[in-house]
Design a protein around this ligand. Structure first.
Ligand SMILES: *[C@@H]1O[C@H](CO)[C@@H](O)[C@H](O)[C@H]1NC(C)=O
Ligand SMILES: *[C@@H]1O[C@H](CO)[C@@H](O)[C@H](O)[C@H]1NC(C)=O
Ligand SMILES: *[C@@H]1O[C@H](CO)[C@@H](O)[C@H](O)[C@H]1NC(C)=O
Ligand SMILES: *[C@@H]1O[C@H](CO)[C@@H](O)[C@H](O)[C@H]1NC(C)=O
Ligand SMILES: *[C@@H]1O[C@H](CO)[C@@H](O)[C@H](O)[C@H]1NC(C)=O
Ligand SMILES: *[C@@H]1O[C@H](CO)[C@@H](O)[C@H](O)[C@H]1NC(C)=O
Ligand SMILES: *[C@@H]1O[C@H](CO)[C@@H](O)[C@H](O)[C@H]1NC(C)=O
Ligand SMILES: *[C@@H]1O[C@H](CO)[C@@H](O)[C@H](O)[C@H]1NC(C)=O
Ligand SMILES: *[C@@H]1O[C@H](CO)[C@@H](O)[C@H](O)[C@H]1NC(C)=O
Ligand SMILES: CC(=O)N[C@H]1CO[C@H](CO)[C@@H](O)[C@@H]1O
Length: 809
């Protein structure tokens, strides 16, 4: 269906409304806003990705988003999670996966139950630090397939999937035209014209949006902006509103990188600027980042935690002061909604472009914004009275006279609860471990394998993303003994080399360079010798030009034996290689703890530092509702499960890089996650991820003991358990959770910019008054509420946040 730009939304809306009659919501748009049931609306949206949390967490996350002042939830749709094998059912798998974390209809119903709007982003290419950008790896096996191009095989697959999702949503009456929450739908990328036609064929009754397609936006689709700031971006056509689909609230974390933080002041600055400059639809990427639970979530080298420094942390707790500071902004913006989306506006620059006053006037009301984009200079602006606008900030004056909000002045407070060890944590030694070696033998000697080739194949095509692991093995005859250096060139992400059954070396990608080499001395024996190489990937590439063609594994090698004494090389690149994907334990589904697995449980002989070992233990689920994490410090790299549910990959032995900008955080100036000028990093030189989230429901079921199996290429000591919780609200409530725990001490109370991090605050502007009040109200109690008063602030710290750290018994 093709239509003139302005006619289209109306057409769609009528078509959809005709389906259901009453209860339907109409969605249209104009140059200022999305128009819902005839009303121009500000859309304050936040991304929550359903597979990165559990259905049990969804209602709470959505409720917190609503209380945080949002009116909309946005999510991608994760194609490879829904269709891990191509429309193929067997006794183990239904054709599509819409269960558990992938129950997308349930997720949208929860949004509807909360009375919020939804934005559906089908992609199907999504980027999102998700394995292969959400594209199923099996697409590569389809003859003639070219990704993200005008290409029949790709378009057919994409249309099949998009139609499936759209129909599922239609059947559940989830589109606004049917009375459901979805007000906007998004599809993306290079095949855009075809895609737009297809999208519009779906007749979902809501506008379709696309990201960053400035040059060639199809007439029936709205283009949008992605990035850290979008105030200088305007849609490349008239008649459409200014939409910001990806305001990055923080940044994702990779195994070789420290933690990135984007300050609350800077996020607020970017959002306020966007609304000052006529923005009306904005989405936080992410509002809750969550956890890369299964093996297929998480992009290349991305940690299992996808916390993103978002307003709700990985576990779903409120992250102050970001959450509260943005909530204040949302409430203010929404109180000015009518004026912002209807008002006449006038921008006035003061002394160059870095200081701008914008006045919106509607009827006899007006609101004003003053922004100061200088990174290093506070300015005085006279508007009625004289207002001091700090560097890199926006002041909002709802009556154009008094400043109600400044993005650099945080009025919210933080409270942090650190729960002391529970029984399990205090005595990790009390956990009884059993273990089982991974069966490596078949691939060390005989000729069993899935198939042979006289070349080194790409891992993605060969293992079709059903496992992180691919075995490559060859053999050679050697006259007499010989000393060589084994040389392997691989495209990532880790490699283990065995010669005649012995592990001779290992290596992994580092510093973002996925191509690396393994060089290790080896001894050949007289007669037949076996070279076995195990290549492991850590999430597949998800972005960049032609990312889908990027190889992984020992693609093409070379693999050679370099003669040490006389320089005679033996090139094995074109030898006969035998292949097998996956580990024996994966095939046996060891994580399901079925009968017949031969676990060894002699407690005195649990092996330590033994590569390729499976470990298992049981523990009682900690009481209470707060987040549970396992502390895996001491382990090398592997994957963990609780009650058969994946906790994702772990790699606490990987130490994050030391980078410039660690522990130096000034909110002023453009936030960056790459290149020079990065700041606000923490965790340099520390384990890249030590704590792993065990979701309360789902993986962890109530009080009984449950098995916990984990595979560990290298193990040193067992995990410990630990809980964490953060309070919320203007009144500060501290709570130790249920079951007789009490606050034993209040350790830090400061009103200012606290240094350090949760559990290890060093204080900032120490507030004796606050410490006294919290100590009096909380010690000995299970929970306590303290009203925050002006008396807590110390001199010079008025604009800071209140941080309280307490310890529970
Ligand atoms: C749209 O963007 C293109 C490329 O950035 C530019 O050449 C063109 O002038 C723009 N059109 C409008 C209406 O802004
Ligand atoms: C915009 O505001 C400036 C400063 O108040 C004023 O001089 C100018 O006339 C206004 N322009 C319009 C079009 O209202
Ligand atoms: C605006 O501020 C930025 C950041 O401080 C600075 O680099 C730039 O030179 C300023 N521009 C003007 C016109 O003063
Ligand atoms: C702003 O004005 C106040 C009061 O007049 C003055 O004390 C202050 O120094 C000024 N600040 C700047 C950055 O001009
Ligand atoms: C070169 O050295 C290797 C390893 O020491 C040995 O096996 C091989 O026979 C030698 N080749 C020649 C040509 O000397
Ligand atoms: C290693 O493999 C990559 C990918 O195939 C290739 O681009 C590179 O040239 C190889 N490096 C060496 C030293 O052979
Ligand atoms: C591992 O790879 C890095 C980067 O390519 C290289 O510097 C190092 O020597 C390699 N280590 C081994 C044991 O091959
Ligand atoms: C391996 O085979 C490829 C393709 O046939 C060829 O280009 C390459 O030169 C061969 N390498 C060796 C070491 O024989
Ligand atoms: C180890 O096993 C022995 C005998 O099976 C038992 O007496 C002992 O308590 C066990 N120790 C631990 C720490 O579980
Ligand atoms: C440049 C960059 O990495 N941008 C990120 C923006 O957010 C998207 C989420 O879709 C990420 O995938 C991108 O990596």
């Amino acid at each position: 269906m093709a239509a003139a730009p302005l006619a289209l939304p109306l057409l769609l809306v009528l078509a959809a409304a005709a389906i259901t009659g009453c209860g339907a919501t109409t969605v249209a748009y104009n140059d200022r806003a999305v128009v819902i049931d005839g009303q121009r609306r500000i859309i304050l949206s936040g991304s929550i990705h359903y597979p990165r949390s559990t259905p049990q967490m969804w209602p709470d996350l959505i409720r917190k988003a609503k209380e945080g002042g949002l009116n909309t939830i946005e999510t991608y749709v994760f194609w490879n999670g829904h269709e891990p094998r191509r429309r193929q059912a067997n006794h183990l798998h239904p054709p599509y996966n819409f269960e558990g974390n992938y129950d997308i209809v349930r997720f949208f119903k929860e949004i509807q139950n909360a009375g919020m709007y939804a934005i559906l982003r089908i992609g199907p290419y999504i980027c999102g630090e998700w394995n292969y950008g959400g594209l199923p790896a099996w697409l590569r096996d389809i003859p003639g397939m070219q990704f993200r191009l005008h290409n029949d095989p790709f378009e057919r697959e994409m249309e099949t999937f998009t139609t499936l999702i759209v129909n599922k949503m239609k059947d559940a009456k989830m589109f606004a035209g049917q009375g459901g929450p979805i007000i906007l739908a998004q599809s993306a990328s290079h095949y855009i014209h075809w895609c737009a036609d297809m999208a519009n064929k779906q007749k979902v009754g809501v506008p379709w949006i696309m990201c960053q397609q400035d040059d060639h936006v199809p007439h029936n689709v709205i283009n949008t902006c992605n990035g850290f700031y979008c105030h200088d971006w305007f849609p490349n056509r008239t008649g459409i509103p200014k939409i910001w689909t990806e305001n990055w609230t923080g940044w994702f974390k990779a195994w070789d990188k420290p933690d990135f933080h984007r300050s609350a002041e800077d996020v607020a600055f970017a959002v306020a600027m966007f609304f000052q400059k006529r923005g009306s639809v904005q989405n936080y990427y992410m509002y809750h980042g969550g956890t890369n639970v299964g093996r297929t979530s998480g992009g290349p080298y991305i940690t299992t935690s996808y916390d993103y420094d978002a307003p709700l942390d990985e576990y779903g707790n409120i992250r102050q002061e970001k959450y509260g500071h943005l909530k204040d902004l949302h409430n203010l913006l929404r109180s000015m909604e009518k004026i912002l989306v209807h008002g006449e506006y006038n921008d006035t620059s003061y002394g160059g472009k870095n200081v701008t006053v914008t006045k919106y006037t509607f009827g006899d009301s007006s609101v004003c914004f003053i922004n100061n984009q200088f990174g290093d200079r506070d300015v005085n602006v006279t508007l009625g009275a004289t207002h001091l606008v700090p560097a890199w900030s926006v002041s909002i004056l709802p009556d154009c006279k008094t400043v109600a909000y400044n993005t650099a002045k945080i009025k919210t407070q933080t409270s942090v609860m650190v729960k002391k060890a529970n029984t399990v944590e205090e005595e990790p030694a009390a956990l009884r471990w059993s273990w089982m070696p991974e069966n490596l033998r078949p691939f060390m000697t005989d000729d069993r394998g899935s198939f042979r080739q006289t070349q080194l194949l790409d891992q993605i095509a060969t293992a079709t993303d059903q496992s992180d692991y691919l075995w490559y093995r060859t053999s050679l005859e050697h006259k007499g003994e010989g000393a060589y250096k084994l040389y392997v060139n691989t495209t990532g992400h880790e490699i283990y080399a065995f010669v005649n059954g012995k592990l001779v070396g290992q290596n992994h990608s580092a510093n973002g360079a996925f191509v690396f080499q393994l060089e290790t001395p080896v001894k050949l024996q007289s007669g037949k010798n076996y070279i076995s190489l195990l290549s492991g990937t850590v999430g597949l590439k998800n972005y960049g030009p032609l990312f889908e063609l990027m190889p992984a594994g020992i693609t093409g090698g070379p693999v050679k034996l370099v003669g040490i004494n006389n320089g005679t090389d033996i090139d094995l690149t074109n030898s006969s290689w035998s292949y097998k994907s996956g580990l024996a334990g994966e095939q046996r589904q060891i994580h399901l703890d079925k009968a017949g697995h031969n676990w060894r449980s002699h407690n005195s002989s649990i092996p330590v530092n033994r590569p390729f070992t499976w470990y298992k233990t049981t523990f009682a689920a900690p009481a209470g509702e707060e987040a549970v994490v396992v502390d895996l410090l001491g382990l090398n790299k592997g994957a963990a499960w609780v009650n058969g549910n994946s906790l994702g990959r772990y790699w606490p032995s990987y130490t994050a890089a030391e980078m410039d900008g660690c522990h130096v955080c000034d909110y002023r100036g453009k936030f960056k996650a790459e290149g020079d000028g990065i700041r606000c990093l923490t965790g340099c030189g520390e384990p890249s991820q030590r704590f792993y989230h065990v979701a309360r429901a789902g993986p962890l079921r109530g009080g009984r003991r449950r098995p916990d199996a984990r595979r560990v290429p290298h193990g040193r000591r067992g995990p410990r358990l630990r809980g964490g919780r953060r309070g919320r609200g203007r009144r500060v409530t501290l709570s130790c959770g249920g079951h007789g725990r009490v606050v034993t001490s209040v350790d830090v109370a400061s009103f200012g910019v606290a240094r350090g991090s949760c559990g290890a605050y060093e204080g900032g502007c120490e507030s004796k008054a606050a410490l006294k009040a919290f100590t009096a109200a909380c010690v000995g109690k299970n929970s306590c509420t303290v009203k925050h008063t002006g008396a807590f602030a110390g001199a010079g710290c008025e604009s800071g946040a209140l941080t309280v750290q307490a310890t529970c018994s």
